[in-house]
Design a protein around this ligand. Structure first.
Ligand SMILES: Cc1cc2nc3c(=O)[nH]c(=O)nc-3n(C[C@H](O)[C@H](O)[C@H](O)COP(=O)(O)OP(=O)(O)OC[C@H]3O[C@@H](n4cnc5c(N)ncnc54)[C@H](O)[C@@H]3O)c2cc1C
Length: 448
Protein backbone atom coordinates (compact mmCIF):
# COMPACT_ATOMS: atom_id res chain seq x y z
CA UNK A 1 0.00 0.00 0.00
CA UNK A 2 1.46 3.43 -0.86
CA UNK A 3 2.66 5.31 2.22
CA UNK A 4 0.10 8.08 1.73
CA UNK A 5 -2.78 5.60 1.88
CA UNK A 6 -1.65 3.87 5.05
CA UNK A 7 -3.36 5.09 8.19
CA UNK A 8 -1.30 7.38 10.40
CA UNK A 9 -1.03 6.11 13.98
CA UNK A 10 -0.86 7.58 17.47
CA UNK A 11 2.08 9.93 18.13
CA UNK A 12 2.94 10.88 21.70
CA UNK A 13 5.14 13.95 22.07
CA UNK A 14 6.95 14.74 25.30
CA UNK A 15 7.36 18.49 25.89
CA UNK A 16 5.25 21.42 24.63
CA UNK A 17 8.13 23.78 23.87
CA UNK A 18 8.46 25.05 20.30
CA UNK A 19 10.06 21.77 19.15
CA UNK A 20 7.34 19.50 20.51
CA UNK A 21 4.54 21.82 19.35
CA UNK A 22 6.01 22.15 15.84
CA UNK A 23 6.14 18.34 15.62
CA UNK A 24 2.58 18.09 16.98
CA UNK A 25 1.27 20.69 14.53
CA UNK A 26 2.78 18.94 11.51
CA UNK A 27 1.75 15.42 12.58
CA UNK A 28 -1.83 16.54 13.35
CA UNK A 29 -2.00 18.13 9.91
CA UNK A 30 -0.76 14.85 8.37
CA UNK A 31 -3.59 12.88 9.97
CA UNK A 32 -1.85 11.46 13.04
CA UNK A 33 -3.67 11.09 16.32
CA UNK A 34 -1.35 13.35 18.38
CA UNK A 35 -0.98 13.86 22.11
CA UNK A 36 1.55 16.35 23.50
CA UNK A 37 2.39 15.93 27.20
CA UNK A 38 3.64 19.03 29.05
CA UNK A 39 4.59 19.03 32.71
CA UNK A 40 4.10 22.78 33.25
CA UNK A 41 0.65 24.36 33.49
CA UNK A 42 1.29 26.30 30.24
CA UNK A 43 2.89 25.58 26.87
CA UNK A 44 5.96 27.31 25.41
CA UNK A 45 8.88 26.17 27.60
CA UNK A 46 11.71 28.66 27.12
CA UNK A 47 9.56 30.70 24.70
CA UNK A 48 6.68 32.11 26.75
CA UNK A 49 5.02 35.48 27.33
CA UNK A 50 3.15 36.26 30.54
CA UNK A 51 0.82 39.20 31.14
CA UNK A 52 0.99 41.18 34.39
CA UNK A 53 -1.00 44.35 35.06
CA UNK A 54 -1.19 45.14 31.34
CA UNK A 55 2.53 44.50 30.70
CA UNK A 56 3.68 41.65 28.47
CA UNK A 57 6.87 40.00 29.67
CA UNK A 58 8.80 37.54 27.49
CA UNK A 59 10.24 35.13 30.03
CA UNK A 60 12.83 33.36 27.84
CA UNK A 61 13.41 33.97 24.12
CA UNK A 62 13.08 37.65 23.18
CA UNK A 63 13.50 37.94 19.41
CA UNK A 64 13.24 36.10 16.16
CA UNK A 65 15.49 36.99 13.26
CA UNK A 66 14.54 37.41 9.63
CA UNK A 67 16.75 34.42 8.75
CA UNK A 68 14.41 32.08 10.70
CA UNK A 69 12.84 30.34 7.74
CA UNK A 70 10.92 27.52 9.39
CA UNK A 71 9.73 29.56 12.38
CA UNK A 72 8.56 32.57 10.36
CA UNK A 73 6.83 30.57 7.63
CA UNK A 74 5.05 28.65 10.36
CA UNK A 75 4.05 31.88 12.10
CA UNK A 76 2.45 33.06 8.84
CA UNK A 77 0.72 29.66 8.36
CA UNK A 78 -0.89 29.90 11.80
CA UNK A 79 -2.16 33.43 11.16
CA UNK A 80 0.49 35.56 12.89
CA UNK A 81 1.64 37.35 9.70
CA UNK A 82 -0.02 40.63 10.69
CA UNK A 83 1.50 40.49 14.19
CA UNK A 84 5.13 40.82 13.08
CA UNK A 85 6.85 43.88 14.51
CA UNK A 86 10.30 45.25 13.78
CA UNK A 87 11.91 47.25 16.63
CA UNK A 88 11.00 50.91 16.92
CA UNK A 89 14.23 51.90 18.66
CA UNK A 90 17.85 51.35 17.73
CA UNK A 91 20.48 48.99 19.09
CA UNK A 92 23.83 49.85 20.62
CA UNK A 93 27.01 48.79 22.34
CA UNK A 94 27.88 49.95 25.85
CA UNK A 95 31.47 51.11 25.46
CA UNK A 96 33.49 53.28 27.80
CA UNK A 97 30.44 54.16 29.87
CA UNK A 98 28.15 55.26 27.07
CA UNK A 99 25.86 53.54 24.60
CA UNK A 100 27.06 53.91 21.03
CA UNK A 101 24.58 52.98 18.25
CA UNK A 102 25.52 50.18 15.87
CA UNK A 103 26.68 51.25 12.44
CA UNK A 104 23.99 50.72 9.76
CA UNK A 105 23.46 47.09 8.85
CA UNK A 106 24.87 45.99 5.54
CA UNK A 107 26.67 43.00 4.08
CA UNK A 108 29.93 44.97 3.89
CA UNK A 109 32.09 43.22 6.52
CA UNK A 110 33.66 46.51 7.59
CA UNK A 111 30.26 47.97 8.26
CA UNK A 112 29.06 44.85 10.08
CA UNK A 113 31.37 45.44 13.01
CA UNK A 114 30.52 48.02 15.67
CA UNK A 115 34.13 49.19 15.66
CA UNK A 116 33.24 52.85 15.98
CA UNK A 117 32.21 52.04 19.55
CA UNK A 118 35.46 50.51 20.57
CA UNK A 119 38.02 53.30 20.35
CA UNK A 120 41.13 53.43 18.13
CA UNK A 121 42.98 50.46 19.68
CA UNK A 122 40.13 47.99 19.36
CA UNK A 123 39.13 49.48 16.05
CA UNK A 124 42.56 48.52 14.68
CA UNK A 125 42.10 44.99 16.03
CA UNK A 126 38.66 44.68 14.56
CA UNK A 127 39.92 46.06 11.27
CA UNK A 128 42.62 43.39 11.09
CA UNK A 129 40.02 40.77 12.03
CA UNK A 130 37.80 41.98 9.20
CA UNK A 131 40.64 41.73 6.72
CA UNK A 132 41.41 38.23 7.89
CA UNK A 133 37.80 37.19 7.69
CA UNK A 134 37.64 38.53 4.16
CA UNK A 135 40.76 36.57 3.21
CA UNK A 136 39.39 33.40 4.80
CA UNK A 137 35.97 33.93 3.25
CA UNK A 138 36.23 30.94 0.92
CA UNK A 139 36.75 28.47 3.74
CA UNK A 140 33.27 28.99 5.17
CA UNK A 141 29.84 29.81 3.92
CA UNK A 142 28.47 33.02 5.37
CA UNK A 143 24.87 31.74 5.07
CA UNK A 144 25.71 28.49 6.87
CA UNK A 145 28.69 29.23 9.13
CA UNK A 146 27.82 26.20 11.33
CA UNK A 147 28.98 24.00 8.45
CA UNK A 148 32.47 25.51 8.51
CA UNK A 149 34.34 22.39 9.60
CA UNK A 150 37.62 24.05 10.68
CA UNK A 151 35.72 26.65 12.64
CA UNK A 152 33.71 23.94 14.38
CA UNK A 153 36.93 22.59 15.95
CA UNK A 154 38.33 25.89 17.31
CA UNK A 155 37.01 28.05 20.14
CA UNK A 156 35.93 31.58 19.20
CA UNK A 157 38.50 32.90 21.65
CA UNK A 158 41.45 31.03 20.03
CA UNK A 159 40.25 32.00 16.57
CA UNK A 160 40.07 35.70 17.38
CA UNK A 161 43.22 35.73 19.54
CA UNK A 162 45.25 34.29 16.68
CA UNK A 163 44.20 37.18 14.47
CA UNK A 164 43.72 40.28 16.52
CA UNK A 165 44.26 41.93 19.89
CA UNK A 166 42.96 40.51 23.18
CA UNK A 167 41.14 43.82 23.58
CA UNK A 168 38.89 42.84 20.68
CA UNK A 169 38.15 39.52 22.31
CA UNK A 170 37.13 41.29 25.51
CA UNK A 171 35.28 44.19 23.99
CA UNK A 172 33.71 42.66 20.88
CA UNK A 173 33.67 38.87 21.04
CA UNK A 174 32.74 38.71 24.75
CA UNK A 175 29.53 40.72 24.61
CA UNK A 176 28.58 39.31 21.23
CA UNK A 177 28.92 35.71 22.42
CA UNK A 178 26.99 36.48 25.61
CA UNK A 179 24.26 38.29 23.70
CA UNK A 180 23.79 35.88 20.81
CA UNK A 181 24.98 32.56 22.24
CA UNK A 182 24.61 32.93 26.01
CA UNK A 183 28.22 31.85 26.69
CA UNK A 184 31.80 33.13 26.79
CA UNK A 185 34.11 33.09 23.72
CA UNK A 186 36.21 30.38 25.43
CA UNK A 187 33.15 28.08 25.36
CA UNK A 188 31.74 28.53 21.88
CA UNK A 189 33.14 27.41 18.55
CA UNK A 190 34.54 29.85 16.01
CA UNK A 191 31.84 28.68 13.57
CA UNK A 192 29.09 29.52 16.06
CA UNK A 193 30.75 32.91 16.66
CA UNK A 194 30.73 33.65 12.93
CA UNK A 195 27.07 32.66 12.74
CA UNK A 196 26.34 35.00 15.67
CA UNK A 197 28.37 37.80 14.10
CA UNK A 198 26.48 37.53 10.86
CA UNK A 199 23.11 37.22 12.57
CA UNK A 200 23.68 40.08 15.02
CA UNK A 201 24.82 42.64 12.50
CA UNK A 202 23.17 41.46 9.28
CA UNK A 203 19.78 40.07 10.32
CA UNK A 204 16.89 42.18 11.44
CA UNK A 205 15.28 41.16 14.70
CA UNK A 206 11.58 41.21 15.43
CA UNK A 207 8.79 39.94 17.62
CA UNK A 208 5.02 39.58 17.62
CA UNK A 209 2.78 42.38 18.84
CA UNK A 210 1.30 40.07 21.49
CA UNK A 211 4.62 38.65 22.66
CA UNK A 212 6.98 35.97 21.43
CA UNK A 213 4.86 33.31 23.19
CA UNK A 214 2.13 33.78 20.57
CA UNK A 215 3.89 31.27 18.34
CA UNK A 216 3.81 28.28 20.73
CA UNK A 217 0.30 29.37 21.81
CA UNK A 218 -0.99 29.30 18.23
CA UNK A 219 0.67 25.95 17.49
CA UNK A 220 -0.88 24.46 20.62
CA UNK A 221 -4.37 25.38 19.35
CA UNK A 222 -3.75 23.11 16.35
CA UNK A 223 -2.85 19.92 18.16
CA UNK A 224 -3.91 18.11 21.33
CA UNK A 225 -1.94 19.11 24.43
CA UNK A 226 -2.31 17.97 28.03
CA UNK A 227 -0.62 20.45 30.39
CA UNK A 228 0.39 19.56 33.94
CA UNK A 229 1.28 15.98 32.89
CA UNK A 230 4.88 14.98 33.46
CA UNK A 231 6.21 12.11 31.34
CA UNK A 232 8.05 9.59 33.53
CA UNK A 233 9.46 7.13 31.02
CA UNK A 234 9.03 5.55 27.63
CA UNK A 235 7.94 1.90 27.66
CA UNK A 236 9.99 -0.24 25.28
CA UNK A 237 9.19 -3.65 23.82
CA UNK A 238 11.59 -5.39 21.46
CA UNK A 239 13.55 -2.18 20.86
CA UNK A 240 10.40 -0.18 20.01
CA UNK A 241 8.57 2.46 22.02
CA UNK A 242 5.01 1.25 22.72
CA UNK A 243 3.79 3.71 25.36
CA UNK A 244 4.70 6.72 27.49
CA UNK A 245 4.02 6.63 31.24
CA UNK A 246 3.16 9.98 32.78
CA UNK A 247 1.96 11.36 36.08
CA UNK A 248 0.09 14.61 36.88
CA UNK A 249 2.71 17.17 37.96
CA UNK A 250 0.51 18.11 40.96
CA UNK A 251 0.43 14.47 42.09
CA UNK A 252 -1.94 11.65 41.23
CA UNK A 253 -1.99 8.27 39.61
CA UNK A 254 0.37 7.29 36.79
CA UNK A 255 -1.18 6.93 33.33
CA UNK A 256 -0.05 5.09 30.26
CA UNK A 257 -0.42 6.56 26.76
CA UNK A 258 -0.12 4.04 23.93
CA UNK A 259 2.18 5.19 21.12
CA UNK A 260 3.11 4.11 17.60
CA UNK A 261 5.66 6.91 17.44
CA UNK A 262 7.29 9.04 20.15
CA UNK A 263 8.96 12.44 19.87
CA UNK A 264 11.08 13.30 22.88
CA UNK A 265 11.30 17.12 22.72
CA UNK A 266 12.89 17.99 26.07
CA UNK A 267 16.32 19.48 26.88
CA UNK A 268 19.20 16.97 26.60
CA UNK A 269 19.73 16.50 30.37
CA UNK A 270 16.09 15.29 30.73
CA UNK A 271 16.24 12.66 27.99
CA UNK A 272 18.08 9.98 29.95
CA UNK A 273 15.42 9.87 32.70
CA UNK A 274 12.75 9.34 30.08
CA UNK A 275 14.46 6.65 28.04
CA UNK A 276 16.68 4.93 30.61
CA UNK A 277 19.79 6.29 28.90
CA UNK A 278 20.73 6.19 25.24
CA UNK A 279 23.38 4.11 23.57
CA UNK A 280 25.60 5.12 20.62
CA UNK A 281 25.76 8.54 19.02
CA UNK A 282 22.65 9.85 20.78
CA UNK A 283 24.10 9.00 24.21
CA UNK A 284 27.41 10.66 23.31
CA UNK A 285 25.75 13.83 22.01
CA UNK A 286 23.52 14.07 25.08
CA UNK A 287 26.54 13.64 27.36
CA UNK A 288 28.52 16.32 25.55
CA UNK A 289 25.76 18.94 25.29
CA UNK A 290 26.48 21.72 27.77
CA UNK A 291 23.98 24.39 28.77
CA UNK A 292 24.47 27.97 29.85
CA UNK A 293 22.15 29.04 32.69
CA UNK A 294 20.08 32.17 31.98
CA UNK A 295 18.26 34.64 34.22
CA UNK A 296 15.70 37.03 32.72
CA UNK A 297 14.53 40.08 34.67
CA UNK A 298 11.43 41.92 33.42
CA UNK A 299 10.46 45.28 34.93
CA UNK A 300 7.35 47.35 34.19
CA UNK A 301 7.44 51.12 34.83
CA UNK A 302 4.58 53.64 35.05
CA UNK A 303 6.26 56.18 32.72
CA UNK A 304 8.68 56.47 29.79
CA UNK A 305 12.25 55.13 29.97
CA UNK A 306 14.77 57.31 28.14
CA UNK A 307 17.86 56.37 26.15
CA UNK A 308 18.55 53.82 23.44
CA UNK A 309 15.87 51.11 23.08
CA UNK A 310 18.28 48.21 22.83
CA UNK A 311 19.24 45.49 22.67
CA UNK A 312 22.40 46.92 24.19
CA UNK A 313 25.48 44.72 24.19
CA UNK A 314 27.33 45.29 27.40
CA UNK A 315 31.04 45.44 26.88
CA UNK A 316 32.54 46.05 30.29
CA UNK A 317 32.21 43.14 32.70
CA UNK A 318 32.88 45.51 35.60
CA UNK A 319 30.50 48.21 34.42
CA UNK A 320 27.36 46.23 33.72
CA UNK A 321 26.98 42.57 34.37
CA UNK A 322 24.03 41.58 32.20
CA UNK A 323 24.76 40.13 28.77
CA UNK A 324 22.29 42.54 27.26
CA UNK A 325 19.40 44.83 28.03
CA UNK A 326 16.48 46.26 26.11
CA UNK A 327 13.28 48.24 26.47
CA UNK A 328 9.86 47.35 25.07
CA UNK A 329 10.52 49.91 22.30
CA UNK A 330 13.02 47.47 20.82
CA UNK A 331 10.10 45.06 20.25
CA UNK A 332 6.71 46.72 20.00
CA UNK A 333 4.67 49.33 21.80
CA UNK A 334 1.88 46.81 22.40
CA UNK A 335 3.98 45.27 25.18
CA UNK A 336 2.98 47.99 27.66
CA UNK A 337 -0.10 50.03 28.67
CA UNK A 338 -0.20 53.54 27.09
CA UNK A 339 2.52 55.82 28.51
CA UNK A 340 4.24 53.01 30.43
CA UNK A 341 7.56 51.27 29.74
CA UNK A 342 9.13 47.85 30.18
CA UNK A 343 12.76 46.87 30.56
CA UNK A 344 14.34 43.44 30.16
CA UNK A 345 17.79 42.29 31.28
CA UNK A 346 19.15 38.91 30.22
CA UNK A 347 21.99 37.47 32.28
CA UNK A 348 23.88 34.53 30.76
CA UNK A 349 26.68 32.12 31.57
CA UNK A 350 28.68 32.73 34.72
CA UNK A 351 26.77 35.91 35.61
CA UNK A 352 23.53 33.94 35.53
CA UNK A 353 25.10 31.07 37.47
CA UNK A 354 26.05 33.47 40.27
CA UNK A 355 22.45 34.77 40.45
CA UNK A 356 20.65 31.40 40.37
CA UNK A 357 20.52 31.02 44.16
CA UNK A 358 19.69 34.69 44.93
CA UNK A 359 16.24 35.85 46.09
CA UNK A 360 14.08 37.56 43.42
CA UNK A 361 14.18 40.85 45.40
CA UNK A 362 17.99 40.95 45.36
CA UNK A 363 18.14 40.20 41.62
CA UNK A 364 15.59 42.94 40.88
CA UNK A 365 17.55 45.46 42.99
CA UNK A 366 20.77 44.59 41.15
CA UNK A 367 19.09 44.79 37.73
CA UNK A 368 17.57 48.17 38.59
CA UNK A 369 20.84 49.60 39.79
CA UNK A 370 22.65 48.43 36.68
CA UNK A 371 19.88 49.51 34.32
CA UNK A 372 20.23 53.06 35.68
CA UNK A 373 23.72 53.07 34.14
CA UNK A 374 22.29 52.56 30.65
CA UNK A 375 18.73 53.87 30.55
CA UNK A 376 17.24 57.05 31.92
CA UNK A 377 14.78 55.82 34.57
CA UNK A 378 14.47 59.19 36.37
CA UNK A 379 13.34 58.27 39.91
CA UNK A 380 10.84 55.65 38.79
CA UNK A 381 10.40 52.33 40.55
CA UNK A 382 8.87 49.33 38.80
CA UNK A 383 5.16 48.65 39.29
CA UNK A 384 5.42 45.09 37.95
CA UNK A 385 8.42 42.78 38.03
CA UNK A 386 9.32 39.20 37.33
CA UNK A 387 12.43 37.02 37.49
CA UNK A 388 12.73 33.79 35.46
CA UNK A 389 15.58 31.34 35.95
CA UNK A 390 16.43 28.84 33.22
CA UNK A 391 18.71 25.98 34.11
CA UNK A 392 19.20 24.40 31.62
CA UNK A 393 19.12 27.71 29.75
CA UNK A 394 20.61 27.73 26.28
CA UNK A 395 22.64 24.87 24.76
CA UNK A 396 26.23 26.05 24.23
CA UNK A 397 27.46 25.70 20.65
CA UNK A 398 30.86 24.51 21.90
CA UNK A 399 33.60 23.23 19.58
CA UNK A 400 32.37 20.08 17.83
CA UNK A 401 28.70 21.12 18.12
CA UNK A 402 28.02 21.02 14.37
CA UNK A 403 29.76 17.64 14.01
CA UNK A 404 27.77 16.24 16.94
CA UNK A 405 24.50 17.48 15.49
CA UNK A 406 25.29 15.90 12.12
CA UNK A 407 26.19 12.63 13.84
CA UNK A 408 22.86 12.66 15.66
CA UNK A 409 20.95 13.24 12.42
CA UNK A 410 22.78 10.33 10.76
CA UNK A 411 22.45 7.87 13.63
CA UNK A 412 19.12 8.92 15.16
CA UNK A 413 18.13 7.74 18.62
CA UNK A 414 18.84 4.11 19.39
CA UNK A 415 15.07 3.42 19.45
CA UNK A 416 13.55 2.75 16.05
CA UNK A 417 10.29 4.71 16.44
CA UNK A 418 11.53 7.45 18.80
CA UNK A 419 12.98 10.73 17.51
CA UNK A 420 14.82 13.30 19.61
CA UNK A 421 13.90 16.94 19.01
CA UNK A 422 14.70 20.28 20.63
CA UNK A 423 17.05 23.17 20.02
CA UNK A 424 20.03 21.12 21.20
CA UNK A 425 19.58 18.74 18.23
CA UNK A 426 19.96 21.67 15.75
CA UNK A 427 20.88 25.23 16.69
CA UNK A 428 20.21 26.85 20.08
CA UNK A 429 17.43 29.12 18.81
CA UNK A 430 13.69 29.17 18.19
CA UNK A 431 14.50 28.29 14.58
CA UNK A 432 16.53 25.28 15.72
CA UNK A 433 13.63 24.14 17.91
CA UNK A 434 10.94 24.53 15.21
CA UNK A 435 13.03 22.88 12.48
CA UNK A 436 13.90 19.96 14.80
CA UNK A 437 10.16 19.44 15.39
CA UNK A 438 9.48 19.40 11.66
CA UNK A 439 12.34 16.96 11.15
CA UNK A 440 10.80 14.66 13.80
CA UNK A 441 7.41 14.84 12.06
CA UNK A 442 8.97 14.00 8.69
CA UNK A 443 10.73 11.00 10.26
CA UNK A 444 7.39 9.75 11.57
CA UNK A 445 5.86 9.95 8.10
CA UNK A 446 8.80 8.06 6.58
CA UNK A 447 8.58 5.32 9.21
CA UNK A 448 4.84 4.87 8.90
C1 LIG B 1 16.88 33.58 28.41
C2 LIG B 1 16.79 33.01 27.04
C3 LIG B 1 16.79 33.88 25.96
C4 LIG B 1 16.69 33.36 24.68
N1 LIG B 1 16.64 34.24 23.64
C5 LIG B 1 16.40 33.76 22.40
C6 LIG B 1 16.16 34.66 21.34
O1 LIG B 1 16.11 35.88 21.52
N2 LIG B 1 15.97 34.14 20.09
C7 LIG B 1 15.96 32.78 19.87
O2 LIG B 1 15.78 32.36 18.73
N3 LIG B 1 16.16 31.90 20.88
C8 LIG B 1 16.36 32.36 22.13
N4 LIG B 1 16.52 31.48 23.16
C9 LIG B 1 16.47 30.05 22.86
C10 LIG B 1 15.03 29.53 22.69
O3 LIG B 1 14.24 29.98 23.75
C11 LIG B 1 15.05 28.01 22.69
O4 LIG B 1 15.97 27.58 21.71
C12 LIG B 1 13.70 27.36 22.37
O5 LIG B 1 12.64 28.00 23.03
C13 LIG B 1 13.80 25.89 22.79
O6 LIG B 1 12.63 25.19 22.51
P1 LIG B 1 12.55 23.63 22.81
O7 LIG B 1 11.19 23.18 22.43
O8 LIG B 1 13.70 22.94 22.18
O9 LIG B 1 12.78 23.46 24.38
P2 LIG B 1 11.90 24.01 25.69
O10 LIG B 1 11.35 25.33 25.32
O11 LIG B 1 12.79 23.86 26.80
O12 LIG B 1 10.71 22.95 25.71
C14 LIG B 1 10.79 21.73 26.40
C15 LIG B 1 9.46 21.50 27.12
O13 LIG B 1 9.48 20.21 27.68
C16 LIG B 1 8.85 20.27 28.94
N5 LIG B 1 9.27 19.08 29.70
C17 LIG B 1 10.50 18.82 30.22
N6 LIG B 1 10.47 17.62 30.84
C18 LIG B 1 9.21 17.13 30.67
C19 LIG B 1 8.58 15.91 31.08
N7 LIG B 1 9.20 14.99 31.78
N8 LIG B 1 7.27 15.72 30.74
C20 LIG B 1 6.58 16.65 30.04
N9 LIG B 1 7.14 17.83 29.64
C21 LIG B 1 8.44 18.05 29.95
C22 LIG B 1 9.32 21.60 29.51
O14 LIG B 1 8.47 22.04 30.55
C23 LIG B 1 9.25 22.49 28.27
O15 LIG B 1 7.98 23.11 28.13
C24 LIG B 1 16.62 31.95 24.46
C25 LIG B 1 16.63 31.08 25.55
C26 LIG B 1 16.71 31.61 26.84
C27 LIG B 1 16.68 30.64 28.00
Amino acid sequence: MPVAERQAGRAVIIGAGLAGLAAGYRLSRDGWDVLVLERESEVGGRCRTVTRGGFRFDTGAQYFRDSYDAALKTAIEVGLGDRFRIPVGGAGVLARGRVVPFVPRSMNPFALLPWRALGPESAAGVLSLSIHLLRGYRSYNIRFPHWWTDGDRLTASDFIHSRTSSDSVRSLAGPLCRYALGAEPEKVSAAAFMAALRATFADRVGCFAGGIGLLPGSLAERTQVICGMEAQHVVLEGGRAVAVKARPAQGGRERSYRADFVVCAVPAPHVAAMTGGMAGAAGRVIGETEYSPEVVVNLGFPGEVGGVAGPVLLTAAGGFRAGWALTHRSKSLEYVPPGAAALTLVYSGREAASLMGEEDGAIIELALEEARGVFDLACMSPVEQRVDRHDPGRPVASPGHAARVRELWRAGSCIENLVLAGDWTRSPTMEGAVSSGFYAAESAVLRR
